[in-house]
Design a protein around this ligand. Structure first.
Ligand SMILES: Cc1cc2nc3c(=O)[nH]c(=O)nc-3n(C[C@H](O)[C@H](O)[C@H](O)COP(=O)(O)OP(=O)(O)OC[C@H]3O[C@@H](n4cnc5c(N)ncnc54)[C@H](O)[C@@H]3O)c2cc1C
Length: 400
């Protein structure tokens, strides 16, 4: 007999696990499928920064671009509150610490940008203070003397990307969701009650079988595979894929309590609960492509030595003590942004009952994305206006 669900969530990253958990708690009969393993991709490979200030990539293109990016602030504020409650609600550690985040500046141009940014963020309700050098001596004595000011958001911090999605996946199962790994959604067609989707399942020995299930709703929580998966539902969901570099150091006694970002360089760093320092911030890696130049997301992307070195230089320039801390491993993860830096969140035009969320810092914003997706699945209107994040905003003829 054909299995029937209220919602099939496609993707077992943090977003898919959160959506399955929340929808199951909401009373929905949920199936989550992942073509690989839970947390195998971006959600398990990222820097774990919970950043609610605008990031460097959002301010480097100037004030107008920053104003557009700031339209995601309602999602940032919502997510900040949800992360603070999440470990209690899930009932397992997720490595969440919201002990504050600094975006640092080392010249007057960057300070001017910080002042503009802080005012913009405050206009959206995010509490951000600009600290001068004397205040930084107290708050963050580990920073280089070249740092002259910083924006501080007390809400920022980190979670542990290695454990967050698996813990949420277990909570989803406890709430009644079914979770299937090695199950790839390969086809979909409309039926009177919603969608019939075809899943290609692989067993441990490599054998394959097809399974068909019926569902009223589908959530695309597929990260870099979103554009490809959208086509299965006849939808154009443009995303820009990025392969990014991460590095982790050996352990060093705790000395960095903050998330640290830079206003004029690609840099994010933080000290994890295991005392290692995670260094990232958007340094490119080589995204693998097929013979036609199409991104091949199932292949292993490659590190670029210059990116590892540039990222390390930015880290040491900002936190000089890191010069004496050996790096132990670098790796690549792939993620998506949208052309305007705002996420894609909402109903998929032309595919009734199909919803999507991706783009940008979907680890930080995952709880907020999942909450609004859960409302959409249940037919409720989310309390956050999703119009700026309309997945159809890049379609021909749409007015933005
Ligand atoms: C190096 C790096 C550092 C980053 N740092 C941060 C950070 O510090 N803070 C932050 O907020 N964000 C960060 N990000 C971005 C963040 O990691 C992603 O936005 C987020 O993890 C996306 O989560 P997701 O659940 O949507 O997607 P993913 O974690 O990519 O999961 C998508 C899942 O969908 C599955 N899937 C795809 N197609 C199918 C299909 N047809 N059938 C079944 N399953 C399918 C995949 O196997 C995958 O497991 C970083 C990204 C990278 C790469």
């Amino acid at each position: 007999m054909t299995e029937r669900y209220d919602v099939v969530v496609v993707g077992g990253g943090l977003l898919g696990c959160l959506t399955a958990w929340m929808a199951a708690r909401d009373g929905a009969h949920v199936l989550l499928v992942d073509k690989d393993q839970v947390n195998q991709h971006a959600s398990g490979q990222n820097a774990g920064s919970l950043h609610f200030q605008l990031e460097y990539r959002m301010v480097e293109a100037g004030e107008e671009a920053a104003r557009v990016a700031a339209e995601a602030m309602p999602l940032h504020l919502d997510a900040a509150g949800m992360w603070a409650r999440m470990e209690d609600e899930i009932g397992e550690p997720l490595g969440v610490r919201q002990t504050g985040g600094l975006m640092v500046a080392e010249n007057s141009g960057q300070v001017g940008m910080l002042e503009f940014k802080a005012e913009l963020e405050r206009s959206w309700g995010l509490d951000v203070r600009t600290l001068d050098r004397a205040e930084l001596d107290d708050v963050a004595p580990y920073l280089s003397r070249d740092i002259v000011a910083a924006n501080l958001s007390a809400l920022e911090g980190k979670a542990d990307a290695r454990i967050a999605a698996p813990a949420v996946g277990r909570a989803a199962i406890a709430a009644g969701a079914t979770v299937r790994a090695r199950s790839r959604l390969v086809g979909a067609h409309r039926v009177p009650t919603g969608w019939e989707v075809t899943l290609r399942e692989t067993d441990r020995a490599g054998g394959e079988r097809a399974r068909t299930v019926r569902t009223a709703a589908v959530v695309l929580a597929a990260g870099v595979w979103t554009t490809e998966l959208g086509r299965v539902f006849g939808a154009e969901l443009p995303t820009v894929p990025l392969a990014l570099t991460m590095t982790v150091t050996s352990k060093i006694p705790k000395f960095i309590p903050h998330l640290v970002q830079h206003a004029g360089a690609r840099l994010s760093l933080k000290q994890s609960l295991d005392n290692t320092v995670l260094i990232g911030g958007g340094w490119p890696a080589r995204l693998m492509r097929d013979a036609n130049g199409v991104p091949a997301f199932d292949r292993k992307h490659q590190l670029i030595p210059q990116s590892i070195a540039g990222n390390a230089r930015a880290a040491v320039n900002t936190v000089p003590a890191l010069e004496r801390v050996p790096a132990v491993r670098s790796w690549v993860g792939a993620t998506t942004v949208a052309p305007d830096q705002l996420p894609l969140v909402g109903a998929v035009r032309g595919a009734p009952g199909v919803f999507v969320a991706t783009g940008g810092s979907a680890f930080t914003l995952g709880p907020s994305f999942a909450r609004v997706l859960t409302d959409l699945i249940a037919g409720r209107s989310p309390d956050i206006d999703l119009a700026p994040y309309d997945p159809a905003r890049f379609a021909e003829g749409s007015v933005s």
